[in-house]
Design a protein around this ligand. Structure first.
Ligand code: GAP
Length: 633
């Protein structure tokens, strides 16, 4: 086949170069909330508007002013998300042994959330602005320095009114005190004093305080915990007895259904159960477009493994990580640390396989004080979004895409206690291996297992006597081959990944228009695996019935295999541009040579244009399906 290039790629800004643009510091959601901050990020504004214009993401309930923290995916966004989820599912289940799926309900028995710890501990500390009532997450307030003015109250003599509420405002050290007084007067006006005379003013310099609203200097309330679960009532009566929650994570359903799935799928440890589904969190401060939403989707795997004591009893040792990187094919002597490392590396490979370069990802090992109550170790996979935390030199250090946690046997043990249903599995290999161990080894493993179980039981509030008795029983069960499995959990967010892929795909370069003049083009360089539309088919001219008929034949040939878009409207260059913005990796043009006019030897061939290089190859129509499916899978 001959190859020709009709468009010239003059290069341009590479995918991911967005980082240079930015500093985001504000909510990007236009919402019904009265305190929307200004949009400060040029790049994110560009993306948000592209997402709306091209139908990737819309604000939820937009015609009513929007709802903060909720988003809708348009035609391209819906395809993108579906491709992400389908590929995750395929790579987690179909392309490997020993992982099966689950699709559980969003609302579960409220006791689930007591057992998991969400009812008591799933909260953020929040503070409210005393003036505007705007709510912040306490840990997101930037430390500020300046002069704090304090007031004991105010009076409105003409109206005969008084307020004894204390108030304080922070202003820059170089600012006139009148700034603080204006804020204070607004505070007392809200308390019904039309012309407040401030009382008891005093001031003092303060350093690095997080007690004031950075937007207006008003004092904030004391931090108090705010549970992030969204409540609802199940059944016709709205009462405290009927309160349920929209699940804040998909993981718990997997733990709750663990025994059922184990039974029906006839799996043996190690094995995994995965689930994709909606999760809900009443985030105090939804922000950064879809990054922190109140409704989002998770893709979670709970991978169940033997406790290390069982591995050692069966294999004679527990292999330890030899160094960083992928540890290779799973081995029977792997303990939780190697399994954890394995899943971190598998997940990094997954991100690379859908086009996120390793250089855009950061592997962050949580410090002991950052770990969740259930975790022994957690690695966050961060993507260098064009917003978020910065390092000492102002460089973006990345925001979380996924957490990979070693959750020990915490969750299954909690459901075992709360539901009084056994989560113990019996392991024939362990049962056979245990009697063959010498007494000293048996004693050592039993003691270690006992200590682990005792620590867990004491940590969750069991009293020492019963806890010791239970832990002793658990150690005896181990000797008979029984234990509660441990878990490694890779937990990723679909929406965050979609946003990362959109950020990474965005690129500006130069392309010729229909007259050959170079113009700037926006191109979304999605990996073909996740691109919303895989190929677009164009008849060169729409007023030539033979071209149109042939192009539709090509479209119909491809349709059963890949998502394909037919476009005959406008000049061919403009049609290319539209597909570049949608991120369609392949453009197929049916021209007069396709029809074999004038005895052309190129009859039944088309041009296949590559979105990124803009290079065009002539290919046989008969080769299109195998060629494209091979490049898309
Ligand atoms: N089962 C463990 C778990 O839920 P998590 O770190 O709280 O862990 C896992 O959540 C992933 O879910 C995060 O890495 C992120 O991708 C996504 N996620 C969490 N909260 C989110 C939010 N408010 N908006 C969008 N995605 C969120």
């Amino acid at each position: 086949m001959s190859s020709s290039s009709t468009e010239k790629n003059t290069g341009g800004e590479s995918a991911g170069a967005h980082c240079a643009f930015l500093d985001i510091a504000a909510d990007l959601a236009n919402t019904a909330h009265p305190m929307v901050e200004p949009k400060t990020s040029e790049f994110m504004e560009t993306l948000v508007s592209l997402c709306k214009r091209r139908g990737f993401i819309f604000q939820s309930s937009e015609i009513y002013g929007g709802l903060n923290g909720f988003w809708d995916y348009g035609p391209l966004g819906a395809e993108l998300k579906r491709n992400i989820k389908d590929y995750w599912w395929r790579s987690m289940t179909q392309l490997r042994e020993g992982v099966v799926g689950l699709d559980a309900s969003i609302i579960m028995h409220p006791r689930v959330w007591e057992a998991s710890g969400h009812t008591s501990t799933f909260s953020d500390l929040m503070v409210d602005c005393l003036l505007t009532k705007k709510r912040f997450r306490a840990d997101q307030i930037e430390p500020q320095s300046g002069t704090a003015y304090f007031y004991t109250g105010a009076t409105d003599a003409a109206a005969g009114k008084q307020s004894k509420d204390p108030f304080s405002a922070l202003i820059g050290s170089d600012k006139h005190p009148e700034y603080a007084r204006t804020v204070a007067r607004q505070f007392y006006q809200q308390r019904g004093l039309n012309a407040p005379a401030l009382e008891g003013e005093r001031f003092e310099p303060v350093q690095n305080t997080t007690r004031y609203n950075p937007d207006n200097g008003s004092l904030l309330t004391e931090p108090r915990p705010f549970n992030l679960m969204l409540k609802t009532c199940v059944g016709p009566v709205e009462s405290a007895d009927n309160i349920s929650y929209l699940r804040p994570e998909t993981a718990q359903a997997i733990f709750v259904q663990f025994k059922n799935v184990l039974e029906v799928s006839r799996q043996k440890l190690p094995f995994g159960i995965c689930q994709i589904g909606k999760a809900f969190r009443n985030e105090i401060n939804p922000r950064n477009f879809t990054f922190r939403s109140r409704e989002f989707e998770q893709m979670e795997l709970e991978f169940f493994i033997r406790p290390d004591e069982a591995v050692e009893a069966v294999c004679g040792r527990v292999a330890k990580p030899a160094g960083p990187g992928h540890p290779g094919e799973p081995q029977p002597d792997w303990g939780w640390q190697l399994w954890h490392q394995y899943w971190v590396e598998e997940r990094l490979r997954f991100y690379e396989s859908i086009g996120l370069p390793r250089s855009s990802l950061v592997e962050y090992w949580q410090k002991p004080e950052e770990l969740a109550h259930y975790a022994r170790a957690t690695v966050d996979v961060l993507y260098k979004f064009p917003f978020g935390k910065r390092g000492q030199n102002g460089e973006l250090i990345g925001e979380e895409l996924e957490g990979i946690a070693a959750r020990s046997d915490f969750d299954l043990s909690q459901h075992q206690r709360f539901a009084a249903r056994s989560m113990t599995v019996f392991d024939e290999e362990l049962k056979a291996a245990w009697p063959k161990l010498d007494r000293a080894k048996q004693a050592e493993l039993s003691e270690r297992f006992f200590q682990h179980r005792l620590n867990y039981l004491l940590k969750v509030g069991e009293t020492p006597g019963p806890a010791e008795k239970q832990a002793r029983q658990d150690a005896e069960t181990l000797a008979k081959g029984g234990y509660v499995p441990h878990v490694i959990e890779p937990s990723a967010g679909v929406d965050r990944l979609a946003l990362a892929l959109i950020c990474d795909a965005y690129c500006l370069d130069q392309a010729p228009d229909d007259k050959g003049k170079l113009e700037t083009r926006v191109v979304m360089r999605f990996h073909p695996r996740i691109a919303p539309i895989k190929a677009a088919v164009f008849p060169l001219l729409k007023n030539k019935p033979d071209l149109v008929r042939k192009a539709k034949e090509v479209r119909d040939l491809l349709r059963p295999h890949i998502s394909v878009f037919y476009d005959e409207a406008g000049a061919i260059g403009r049609r290319y541009r539209r597909q570049d913005e949608a991120g369609t990796p392949f453009g197929i043009t049916v021209d007069f040579e396709t029809l074999g006019e004038n005895g052309s030897e190129l009859k039944d061939t088309v041009t296949l244009r590559d979105r990124d290089t803009m290079k065009q190859d002539r290919v046989r129509i008969a080769d299109l399906v195998p060629l494209l499916t091979a490049r898309i899978r």
